[in-house]
Design a protein around this ligand. Structure first.
Ligand code: MN
Length: 197
């Protein structure tokens, strides 16, 4: 099947002033779109052309010869998950089942956001910060470059892109300011809850 660029769940200017329409235009329209285009070129005429995106990721993980396919496929998947991890007027205190689980597994919301921010800040270079479910317990993790929890058998609940292309136009080198905006104004807790079930 041809891998398609999923629609954004909101307009490009919907996350302003926290993420500008200009950032969305480049990040979604250029970067995400390029991963889709590159992936389709790389799998054309191969056995992987008939696989789902998730299966392409799982079948090429940890295979040095397939690193180009893995990187593009994982970036396609990660970005779609990231767009849905955000919403206009999001962020702040969690709602629903995830709220209680954060209290149990992190000892409260304040500890949780401090640790998630730190996970994003300490990822050296390009990558992603994630909230995942492991053995029914919440955990934070960072992945480098295109790497993704679904390649490690983990269930992602929330992600934030910490590649410079995600924040440089709006925050320059201020990754911490971008992470603050994500946590306080953008997190889509309904999406997190929908991934928990
Ligand atoms: Mn990105």
């Amino acid at each position: 099947m041809t891998i398609i660029l999923a629609n954004l769940p909101y307009e490009k200017d919907a996350l302003e002033p926290h993420i500008s329409a200009k950032t969305m235009s480049f990040h979604y329209g250029k970067h995400h779109n390029a991963y889709v285009t590159n992936l389709n070129k790389l799998i054309e005429g191969t056995d992987l052309a008939n696989e789902t995106l998730e299966d392409i990721i799982k079948k090429t993980a940890n295979n040095a010869e397939k690193a180009g396919i893995f990187n593009n496929a994982a970036q396609v998947w990660n970005h779609t998950f990231y767009w849905h991890s955000m919403m206009p007027n999001g962020g702040g205190l969690p709602t629903g089942a995830i709220a209680e689980k954060i209290n149990v597994d992190f000892g409260g919301y304040d500890n949780f956001i401090e640790q998630l921010k730190n996970t994003g800040l300490t990822q050296f270079g390009s990558g992603w910060a994630w909230l995942v479910l492991k053995n029914n317990k919440l955990e934070l993790m960072a992945t480098s470059n295109a790497d993704t929890p679904i390649a490690h058998g983990l269930k992602p609940l929330l992600t934030v892109d910490v590649w410079e292309h995600a924040y440089y136009l709006d925050y320059q080198n201020g990754r911490g300011n971008y992470l603050d905006a994500f946590l306080h104004n953008l997190v889509n807790w309904e999406f997190v809850n929908s991934n928990l079930v």
